[in-house]
Design a protein. Structure first.
Length: 209
């Protein structure tokens, strides 16, 4: 397998799962990174608790050094989507590749007046299917600790709480994680309650007692 194979698999998974309309009258359009960030900023303005802006606190020298570091890593495979209804922007989604075959659901924002219509619940299985078909082994995300409209659908979809964090931009966040590889999911569960210890030892994933 090669990088080109991975890109083609990612593209095929994207076309299969993340291009058809999300709901009646809600279309999906792929955009650039700059466009999805700008669209998300527009939607955040209507939020009662918009995130803080760290970029205004950075010096130009720090911004340049950050860009240099990012150039070393290169451009990850990513999904940059906007959701539109009757030609108007109603939401954005950004997800991308990370090391060790991890997929990070970076950000999802829906306009306030279209929330609680099931749009996120419709999007989530599509993202998971695209990540699975592309070959990722894990999907993770971070959410405000009181964002039940997102936390509940994800927990029902098999995500588990992995950590908590106080982030400068958003405050208290919950880290969620879902393993797409059956063995890794069992290893994660075993770390919580030891449920799969015997099976994992038999498969050589844990040392014998």
């Amino acid at each position: 397998m090669s990088a080109d194979d991975a890109r083609q698999r990612f593209e095929s998974a994207t076309l299969a799962h993340l291009t058809a309309p999300l709901a009646d009258g809600v279309t999906i359009r792929r955009v650039s990174g700059e466009e999805v960030i700008a669209a998300g900023d527009t939607l955040w303005r209507g939020d009662g608790r918009p995130p803080g802006r760290l970029d205004v606190l950075w010096t130009e020298e720090h911004k340049a050094r950050t860009a240099d570091l990012q150039a070393v890593l290169g451009e990850p495979l990513s999904h940059r989507l906007v959701f539109e209804q009757d030609g108007a922007l109603i939401g954005t989604y950004w997800g991308q590749q990370e090391p060790y075959a991890r997929y990070y659901m970076v950000n999802t924002v829906f306009r306030h007046d279209v929330q609680r219509r099931g749009l996120y619940r419709a999007l989530l299985p599509r993202v998971l299917a695209a990540a699975t078909d592309a070959g990722f082994g894990e999907v993770h995300s971070r959410h405000r600790a009181d964002n039940n409209a997102i936390l509940i659908p994800k927990l029902r979809a098999g995500f588990a709480i992995a950590a908590f964090e106080v982030a400068p931009r958003f405050g208290l966040l919950v880290h969620l994680r879902k393993y797409l590889v059956e063995g890794a999911a069992k290893m994660f569960a075993n770390r919580i309650d030891g449920a799969f210890g015997a099976e994992l030892r038999a498969r050589g994933a844990l040392p014998g007692v």
